[in-house]
Write a protein of this length. Structure first.
Length: 408
């Protein structure tokens, strides 16, 4: 079969794959197609994390933090460059779910207010929405996907009114699928009082993010996925112009100050939502990961990922027994999901793992608000990154085909 070669198409030919793989130790041992779960860390990120841990072991944790203070401040600068915002508009969090929870709980809501969300919201987001709805009396309206599997902008236009106080949209669903039209939604909210929250968990590090162009007030991201950072890291962007309207904080001395006369004052920047206790090692690792992504260039990364994703989709189309979604070619991202009717996806994942190929299983419970997803059985998800190769994709396709033949 003749498949498209990402190395021979457009700007992807300029991508130094040999260097990317040489700086990624895991590339020598596995075919890693679970980048939407947790990508392989590059050497500079691993070195920075380990280096700080070694410093803590030698001189003490507080003392190492003091020495790294300027570098940690630089992490906010790097995150601002990644998102197109001020460093003071960034909070470093333990993960994207914690950032999303903090953002939603900070929005002032009351009985009769409306929260509008997409159908692709992750299950942990849904749990937060349930708690907020019960605590405030606000209602939740779910916007379905359109015929292409993307957030239905026209339906959204019809439900947007003065009761809408929060709009939450996932950029790319956890189970894969098209990139949602976050800028188009942001355009509709330019003059609206509602807060606009974008979950960029699967897109930070995969494509260029610009909070001003998107028009969002809040944005959350994970460090361990396409940014290739260490686990236990996340980002929260908070529009400084809307900080005075938000409420709530992490109730410790990172964001709050106790004065001598018993009064409590709060920070007026995004760090209001941080915890005082945090791992400096992984925060420095996150900063190194962001700098690493910026050095490669987000546009170049996105171009290569899309080409590899197209190659992966094409290769899967040749595997008997694989069913791809109808919208597989619509606004694709690096996440590709597929069904295996008659086969156990969990067993297939385990067998692939034994053969040195990493993929993941997307359970239907991951998106409880999506009726289409609830009707599906568990599916496999393969997610590419720029350090993957067309040869790896072909070997994955061959391995999957062989496993399915054994089941036939």
């Amino acid at each position: 079969m003749e498949l498209a070669d990402p190395e021979a198409v457009g700007g992807a030919a300029r991508f130094d794959i040999a260097r990317a793989r040489a700086e990624t130790a895991g590339c020598g041992g596995v075919i890693h197609l679970n980048n939407a779960g947790s990508a392989l860390m590059p050497g500079p990120v691993l070195d920075r994390v380990v280096g700080h841990l070694e410093l803590e072991a030698r001189i003490g944790g507080y003392e190492a933090a003091e020495l790294a203070e300027a570098e940690v401040s630089g992490v906010y600068e790097s995150a601002g460059a990644l998102l197109g915002c001020l460093p003071s508009e960034v909070a470093l969090t333990e993960n994207a779910s914690r950032a999303w929870q903090a953002a939603v709980q900070a929005v002032p809501l009351a009985a009769g207010d409306r929260i509008v969300v997409g159908a692709a919201e992750y299950v942990s987001n849904h749990l937060v929405l349930q708690a907020v709805r019960e605590a405030t009396g606000a209602t939740v309206t779910v916007v379905p996907d359109d015929e292409h599997g993307r957030f239905d902008v026209e339906f959204f236009r019809g439900v947007l009114d003065e009761r809408t106080k929060l709009v939450a949209l996932t950029h790319v669903p956890v189970y894969g699928g098209p990139v949602n039209p976050v800028r188009e939604v942001g355009g509709l909210l330019r003059d609206a009082p509602a807060f606009y929250l974008v979950d960029a968990c699967q897109t930070a590090g995969q494509l260029r993010l610009d909070v001003a162009a998107i028009g969002c007030d809040l944005l959350t991201a994970a460090g361990r996925k396409y940014l290739r950072g260490p686990r236990g890291t996340g980002l929260l962007y908070v529009n400084s112009a809307r900080m005075p309207e938000l409420r709530g904080a992490c109730l410790d001395t990172r964001g709050l100050r106790w004065s001598g006369n018993g009064e409590v004052s709060a920070r007026q920047d995004a760090r209001l939502f941080e915890s005082w206790e945090a791992s400096f090692a992984i925060r420095l690792g996150l900063g190194a990961a962001i700098d690493y992504a910026l050095a490669w260039g987000l546009d170049a990364i996105w171009e290569r990922i899309r080409l590899l994703s197209a190659r992966l989709t094409e290769r899967l189309g040749y595997v008997p027994g694989v069913l791809l979604p109808d919208n597989a070619a619509v606004a694709p991202s690096g996440l590709v999901r597929f069904r295996l009717p008659g086969a156990d996806p969990h067993r297939i994942r385990r067998e692939l793992r034994r053969g040195g190929v990493n993929v993941s299983v997307s359970e239907r419970e991951l998106a409880p608000l999506d009726p289409a997803q609830r009707r599906e059985t568990a599916q496999l998800r393969a997610s590419v990154h720029y350090y993957n190769t067309e040869d790896e994709i072909d070997r994955f396709g061959d391995a999957l085909e062989l496993l399915l033949k054994k089941d036939a």
